[in-house]
Design a protein around this ligand. Structure first.
Ligand code: ADP
Length: 482
C-alpha cells in the first residue's frame, strides 16, 4: 500500500462577494450614527494582519442612546405587536441569512480567522436555523408551559465573544425577539464585522427601528452597557473572569442574567470504544474552530490499557490536519483570533512543559504573517498541572489517563467548570451511567460538538448560569419563567 500523501491543489473561496466598508458607525434606532467619542479602532484579519475596516468605539453616551431607542421600540412597537407578526420578521431574517450565506461565511472567515469550511457549514447555517426555530416559537409561547400570558423582560443587553461571532449573535437575538424583547448588542472587539452586516439584514427585513441596536466597542463599552440603569436583562457569553465582574455589577440590581462562560470539557475514552471513530471525535472536539470553543473537549481521559495505541493513532491523524489560509476550502485549522490569544496559548503551553508534561505538535509549516499555532497535545498530564485545570482556548489537548470508570468520573468532575463532556464506549449502559455521574451541561456520547437550536446549552458551576436554545433558552427571555 502506498503511504504517499495526497496533495491538495489550493481551493480558495473568492472574497469578491463581500463589500467591507472602510469604516462603520453604530447601528442605533435603525440608523448608522457616528460614535460620540469620534474614536474608531481597526478590525483585522488574523490570518495576515491586514486591516479590514475601522469600527466605532461606543461610550456611555452612545449606549444611553441605544438603550433609549430599544426602550421606545419596545413600548411603542415590538411588545404590542401580535406575536404572529413578530414571527414574520424572524422568518424574514432567517431567509436573508440563507440568501446571503456565502457573504456571511466569507466575512466571518476574514474577520475571525476560522476556516471557510466551518463558517459555510456550521456558523452560518446554524445561525439561520436559530432564527427559523425561534420564529416558530413566537406565536406559541402561551402553550409552552410559561403560563397563560408570557411577558418579555423589556430591553435586553447582550454581549458576545469572538469565537462564533454571528452564531452567538443568533443565539442571543433570535430568542429575545421571538419573546418580544428589544436588544442592544455588543459584539467582541476583534470580530465586529458580521454583527454589522447583520444590522444590514435587519434593515433589509424592515425590522422596526430600535428593535435591534448594534454597538461596537471594547470591554469598557461592555461594562457601560452592563451598568446602564434602564436595561431589564443581561445575556453574556465570554470568559468566566468577565462573567464574575458582570455578576458582581448587577448583584444589587435584581435584573436577571444568563452567563455562558468557560469550560474544560473531558472527553473520556473507555477501552471498549471504537478507537478510530473516537480518534476522529477527539480531533473534532479540540481542533474544531482552532479550539476557540468553550465546550471544547480539551481534556482527553484515556483508559490506561489503550493509551499507547490511541496516542499513536491520534498523532498520525493530527499530522493530516491542514493548517493555513482560512479562505481555502481544504483548510481544517485556521488562524488564532488575535495576538493576545496567541500569547495566552503560548504561555499556557510553556507552563505545561515547565510543569513536566510532554509536548508534541503536528508537523506543519505555519504562515509567517498572522497568528498561528500548530495542533498540539500534551501527554503525561496530571490533575495538578495548569493545562489540566485552566482553559487554554486554543488547539491544545491535555491527555490524562484512568484505570477504572469511577476514577474517570472523579477526574472528569474535578474542575471548577461544567459545560461539556464526551463519552466513548460501545456499551449503552456505560453511557447512561456516565451521563448521570458527569456534572456537565451537555454530554455527548460517541460524538462531539453537535449543536441544534432545539437543544438547550449551558453549564454547571463556573461555566455559567442559564441555558440557551430550546424551550429552556426561551425561559431566560420571559419574565418569571423557569
Ligand atoms: P474572551 O476571553 O473570550 O475575549 P471576554 O470575556 O474578555 O472573553 O470578552 C467577551 C465579551 O465581553 C467581549 O464582547 C468583550 O468586549 C466584553 N467585555 C470585556 N470586559 C467586559 C466588562 N468588564 N464588562 C462587560 N463586557 C466586557
Amino acid at each position: 500500500m502506498s503511504t504517499e500523501i495526497f496533495e491538495y491543489a489550493p481551493a480558495p473561496e473568492s472574497r469578491a462577494i463581500v463589500n467591507i466598508k472602510s469604516d462603520y458607525g453604530l447601528y442605533i434606532n435603525g440608523k448608522w450614527v457616528a460614535p460620540h467619542s469620534k474614536k474608531r479602532f481597526a478590525s483585522i484579519n488574523p490570518s495576515n494582519e491586514e486591516v479590514l475596516s475601522k469600527v466605532s468605539l461606543a461610550d456611555s453616551v452612545d449606549i444611553d442612546k441605544a438603550v433609549k431607542a430599544a426602550r421606545a421600540a419596545y413600548n411603542k412597537v415590538w411588545a404590542k405587536m401580535p406575536p404572529k407578526e413578530r414571527a414574520k420578521y424572524l422568518f424574514r431574517i432567517a431567509r436573508l441569512l440563507q440568501e446571503r450565506a456565502r457573504e456571511f461565511a466569507v466575512l466571518e472567515a476574514l474577520d475571525n480567522g476560522k476556516p471557510i469550511r466551518e463558517t459555510r457549514d456550521v456558523d452560518v447555517p446554524l445561525a439561520a436555523a436559530h432564527f427559523f426555530y425561534h420564529a416558530g416559537w413566537a406565536d406559541k409561547l402561551e402553550y409552552a408551559g410559561f403560563g397563560a400570558n408570557p411577558k418579555p423582560h423589556g430591553v435586553v443587553a447582550q454581549i458576545i465573544p469572538w469565537n462564533f461571532p454571528l452564531l452567538m449573535l443568533a443565539w442571543k437575538v433570535a430568542p429575545a425577539l421571538a419573546t418580544g424583547n428589544t436588544v442592544v448588542l455588543k459584539p467582541a472587539e476583534t470580530t465586529p464585522l458580521t454583527a454589522l452586516l447583520f444590522a444590514e439584514v435587519c434593515e433589509q427585513a424592515e425590522l422596526p427601528a430600535g428593535v435591534v441596536n448594534i454597538i461596537t466597542g471594547d470591554g469598557s463599552t461592555g461594562a457601560s452597557l452592563v451598568n446602564h440603569k434602564d436595561i431589564d436583562k443581561i445575556a453574556f457569553t465570554g470568559s468566566t473572569e468577565v462573567g464574575k465582574l458582570i455578576a458582581k455589577a448587577i448583584s444589587d440590581r435584581g435584573i436577571p442574567a444568563t452567563l455562558e462562560l468557560g469550560g474544560k470539557g473531558a472527553n473520556i475514552v473507555f477501552d471498549d470504544a471504537p478507537i478510530d471513530e473516537a480518534v476522529e471525535g477527539i480531533v473534532n472536539g479540540i481542533f474544531f474552530n482552532q479550539g476557540h470553543v468553550c465546550c471544547a473537549g480539551s481534556r482527553l481521559l484515556l483508559q490506561e490499557s489503550i493509551v499507547d495505541e490511541f496516542v499513536e493513532k491520534l498523532q498520525s491523524r493530527m499530522a493530516k490536519i491542514r493548517v493555513g489560509d482560512p479562505l481555502d476550502k481544504n483548510t481544517d485549522l485556521g488562524a488564532i483570533n488575535s495576538s493576545a490569544q496567541l500569547a495566552k496559548i503560548k504561555e499556557m503551553s510553556e507552563s505545561g512543559s515547565k510543569e513536566g508534561a510532554q509536548i508534541w505538535s503536528a508537523p506543519c509549516s505555519l504562515p509567517t504573517k498572522g497568528y498561528w499555532f500548530a495542533p498540539t497535545i500534551f501527554t503525561g498530564v496530571t490533575q495538578a498541572h495548569r493545562i489540566a485545570r485552566e482553559e487554554i482556548f486554543g488547539p491544545v489537548l491535555s491527555v490524562l489517563t484512568f484505570r477504572t470508570p469511577q476514577e474517570a468520573m472523579e477526574k472528569a468532575n474535578n474542575t471548577p467548570f461544567g459545560l461539556s463532556a464526551g463519552v466513548w464506549t460501545e456499551k449503552g449502559s456505560k453511557i447512561l451511567w456516565a451521563a448521570n455521574e458527569l456534572k456537565a451541561g451537555v454530554i455527548w456520547a460517541n460524538t462531539f460538538n453537535k449543536f441544534d437550536a432545539a437543544s438547550p446549552f449551558g453549564g454547571y458551576k463556573e461555566s455559567g448560569w442559564g441555558r440557551e436554545g430550546g424551550r429552556h433558552g426561551l425561559a431566560a427571555y420571559i419574565k418569571g419563567a423557569r
